[in-house]
Design a protein around this ligand. Structure first.
Ligand code: ADP
Ligand code: MG
Length: 568
């Protein structure tokens, strides 16, 4: 292996040469404190930046074993290191020429703590993967600047971000303990018959629709109603109290602008862990909760939506339903069935993003439009069977109609951003003011039909290029010649999740979509591989920008692939 000095001299010697000459620096270099691996060199200053891997031995990094003694703690530490790296890299990386010249960057993160391929801690040894824009003016190598970046800036980042002695031990301890407590709470929920926990004192509102950090001033901390209050004894934090939402059907009501959607959004994201100071680090959800919304225009392939939709005009079948342009109600029905197909046990629905005709159908409308002329069986007539037949709970924000009072197990009202439990009042009102609706739900929810995706319908190639996947922000994957629109998949929070989902689609196709295998089985296998081998198993080469996703989001991407074909 060459050393630091060799790399330095080599970079100086490259000064003034054409950009392609950078390819020569690919390789491993022993620095004083670490090994630097130049894994991939970009082809020009505008191309995706070059990939660098750092390996820092435990005796240099010096993290106490208590920070990585459990998987939860390791995850907390890895996430912390990424954030530290990001912070220091932003301070010292500067623009040094054309295109991405001078960039030193690690995968971008938000408020969530997720497993990522940018940082690994194994028995105290660190592996950090990041990106560097090798500097040039036009296409001429700026060798001196490159030498500075790789041989001075990177060691500085290691000193300031990746060694225990440089970090705030209190903050670090809090981070790993928070992750461990949150993971523990998530496992406890089921044992108590709960689907949600919201700690007292949680801060739910965000700074803005585009800034997920907590609202700083004027945020009213969450306080559980007494009747729903539960407490846990966490491994690190000890006693924690807050609101527990039981399994079953929960209705969140209240006036407009009183914090209903904000609460639901926090619950939706409670499937993930959050950094301390987020305000939602102890908002904990059952891990299989899926947000459901209307999504008109999406494609649907071979889904049995007959529990909700029947007798379409022109006699179209709904037990094997496909469309390239779904309506609001049909898309919402498909979103539910697809989530059930792959194992969702909690559904989150907000009236703000639901199709009205999917949610309710009142007595007057039943009278004017008879059941035979309305293909849609509204959710209100199916929501109970969802729970009794399949054990699926629903948490529903519904401020605009009291029709759900009858079917709810728990009714929570948000009043000035504070929850109160009003189940009894709601039930009483339902008795006093009969809505006289006719039951339309039938005897059972209906069958959930498993589908088998056909491997040949998943094609990431484009022209002569074998695999072409491109990710734009958090809402779109370019997959071969297609664009998969994931705008409506609201539990995708980081761009790296999309990259990983795209990689996982290809992995699933190549590894498990052979013969007759249901989507759910395929997901079992892919997720099991990721759990045992790590996210690296889904990509051919080590990537630094893949982020953990759930089976539900992977299924969501596949379900929105317009070329998809399935057999039943
Ligand atoms: P709803 O769904 O009931 O109409 P939202 O959840 O959209 O209400 O909240 C309305 C506004 O109030 C949002 O701007 C939100 O950020 C803010 N908000 C929500 N909860 C709180 C809170 N606990 N403290 C302060 N502001 C809040
Ligand atoms: Mg709302």
């Amino acid at each position: 292996m060459s050393n630091e000095q060799t790399l330095y001299n080599q970079l100086l010697a490259l000064d003034g040469r054409g950009y392609k000459a950078y390819q020569d620096i690919k390789g491993s270099y022993q620095f004083q404190d670490f090994i630097l691996i130049i894994d991939h060199v970009q082809s020009d200053p505008f191309a995706s930046p070059s990939k660098i891997i750092l390996k820092i031995p435990a005796f240099v990094a010096q993290f106490p074993p208590s920070l990585y003694q459990s998987p939860s703690r390791t995850l907390g530490l890895e996430d912390y290191l990424i954030r530290q790296f990001d912070q220091v890299a932003r301070q010292i990386s500067s623009h040094r020429g054309t295109g991405k010249s001078g960039l030193i960057a690690i995968v971008s993160v938000g408020q969530e703590i997720l497993k990522r391929t940018a940082a690994f801690v194994r028995e105290g040894n660190l592996e950090i993967r990041f990106f560097v824009g090798l500097p040039a003016r036009g296409r001429t190598i700026l060798g001196r600047q490159a030498a500075q970046m790789l041989c001075e800036d990177i060691p500085e980042i290691v000193d300031r971000a990746l060694k225990y002695s440089a970090l705030n031990p209190e903050a670090l301890r809090k981070q790993v303990e928070t992750v461990e407590d949150a993971d523990w709470l998530r496992q406890e929920l089921g044992k108590r018959g709960l689907v949600e926990f919201v700690a007292n004192g949680s801060i739910l509102p965000r700074r803005s629709g585009v800034d997920a950090r907590p609202l700083e001033t004027e945020a009213i901390p969450f306080q559980s109603p007494k009747s729903l209050e539960v407490s846990f004894n966490c491994p690190n934090r000890g006693l924690i109290e807050g609101m527990g939402i039981p399994q079953g059907i929960t209705l969140i009501v209240g006036g407009g602008y009183h914090g209903k959607s904000t609460l639901l959004r926090a619950l939706e994201l409670g499937v993930y862990n959050h950094i301390p100071e987020d305000g939602r680090e102890f908002v904990i959800s059952e891990p299989t909760g899926v947000k459901i919304r209307a999504e008109d225009g999406r494609s649907i392939v071979g889904v049995n939506i007959s529990p909700f939709i029947n007798q379409l005009p022109q006699g179209r079948s709904t037990d094997n339903f496909s469309t390239t342009n779904a309506s609001g109600s049909t898309s919402q029905a498909a979103n539910i069935i697809e989530a059930l197909e792959v194992g969702a046990k909690v559904l989150f629905i907000d009236e703000d993003t639901a199709a009205t005709n999917f949610m309710i159908r009142d007595r007057r409308m039943q009278q004017l439009i008879s059941k035979e002329k309305e293909p849609i069986t509204p959710l209100i007539d199916k929501i109970r069977q969802l729970y009794t037949d399949y054990g699926v709970s629903t948490i529903l924000v519904m401020g605009g109609s009291g029709d759900y009072f009858e079917v709810a197990d728990t009714v929570i009202t948000m009043n000035n951003f504070q929850p109160e439990e009003v189940t009894k009042q709601a039930k009483l009102i339902a008795q006093q003011h009969l809505n006289e609706r006719l039951w339309e739900g039938g005897d059972t929810f209906g069958k959930i039909t498993p589908r088998m995706p056909l491997s040949e319908s998943i094609d990431p190639s484009r022209g002569h290029k074998a695999v072409k996947v491109k990710v734009r922000d958090v809402d779109e994957v370019g997959f071969g010649t297609e664009e998969i629109d994931l705008t409506a998949v609201e539990q995708i929070v980081e761009t790296g999740q999309l990259r990983a989902i795209a990689a996982a689609l290809i992995y699933a196709k190549n590894t498990y979509m052979k013969g007759q295998c249901t989507l759910s089985k395929i997901l079992d296998k892919v997720m099991a591989d990721i759990a045992s081998e790590g996210l690296d198993c889904i990509s051919e080469f080590p990537q630094g920008d893949l982020v953990f996703f759930r089976r539900f989001e992977l299924a969501a991407a596949l379900n929105r692939l317009r070329s998809l074909k399935v057999s039943l």
